[in-house]
Design a protein. Structure first.
Length: 248
């Protein structure tokens, strides 16, 4: 399937003011999400691996515990990184094309809105959407058919649009008290709370849907009494489960 990528934001991160870029990709072949449009939030001046290894990815990830610990290695990623996104795949490939000037840039509501028209959009395929000015997302989503979005920040700047990521039940419960819906990673199915449902796209839930057809992870814009949870998975499953067990 052919996809097309555009730059929809270049400017300071809302987390630390460092230069970031947002790339919008018109589709995906990801079997879990389905054919959703994707958005990659990247450090504009550093490749994703270097940014992560040196801690400069705070510009796009904030204080997420899954970033890992910066180190002085000559290559590779941060120590004990538990994020499920494989940096050497799509994020690095996208950044390399971007830095060579391979993507056209669009700006302003009238140019960004048509890109998302009729699509279901994943905000932050990599990177935290809270690092990006909300007006960018408002324009992109204005004609869309739905979206998914998550933030690991202590404060969710747009709970109507973005799910609050939680790494423990107490974190989730605090968010619920604020009226936010959460997306929580579990160590096992038995850890599911009565206020949550298993992600319908997960193996544990029988892959009843894809993110494209489910669309539950869209903040409080979804009129659901339940939040969403998933058992730790992907390349960092063991490390993520260890963090959960430690109650980090």
């Amino acid at each position: 399937m052919k996809t097309k990528t555009h730059i929809i934001y270049e400017g300071p991160s809302l987390f630390d003011g460092s230069p970031i870029v947002v790339l919008f990709q018109s589709g995906s072949t990801n079997s879990k999400t389905g054919n959703m449009a994707q958005t990659f939030i990247l450090t504009a001046d550093l490749d994703p691996l270097t940014a992560n290894r040196t801690g400069k990815d705070r510009a796009i990830c904030g204080d997420c515990i899954h970033m890992g610990i910066p180190n002085n290695n000559a290559k590779g990623q941060a120590t004990k990184r538990t994020c499920y996104v494989t940096l050497a795949h799509a994020p690095l490939g996208k950044w390399k094309v971007y830095i060579k000037g391979g993507y056209a840039s669009v700006s302003g509501h009238d140019a960004i809105a048509p890109l998302g028209e009729g699509q279901v959009i994943r905000l932050g395929t990599y990177g935290d959407p809270a690092s990006v000015p909300q007006y960018v997302w408002d324009s992109l989503l204005s004609r869309s058919r739905g979206h998914t979005a998550y933030t690991h920040g202590e404060i969710n700047p747009s709970p109507n649009t973005i799910m609050t990521s939680a790494d423990s039940l107490p974190q989730a419960q605090q968010a619920w008290q604020r009226g936010e819906r959460t997306f929580r990673v579990l160590s096992d199915v038995a850890s599911l709370n009565k206020g949550e449902i298993l992600c319908p796209a997960s193996e544990e839930a029988g892959r009843k849907a894809t993110c494209l057809t489910c669309k539950l992870c869209a903040g409080s814009s979804v009129r659901s009494p339940k939040s969403v949870a998933i058992v730790a998975h992907g390349t960092s499953k063991r490390a993520a489960k260890q963090l959960i067990a430690e109650g980090v």
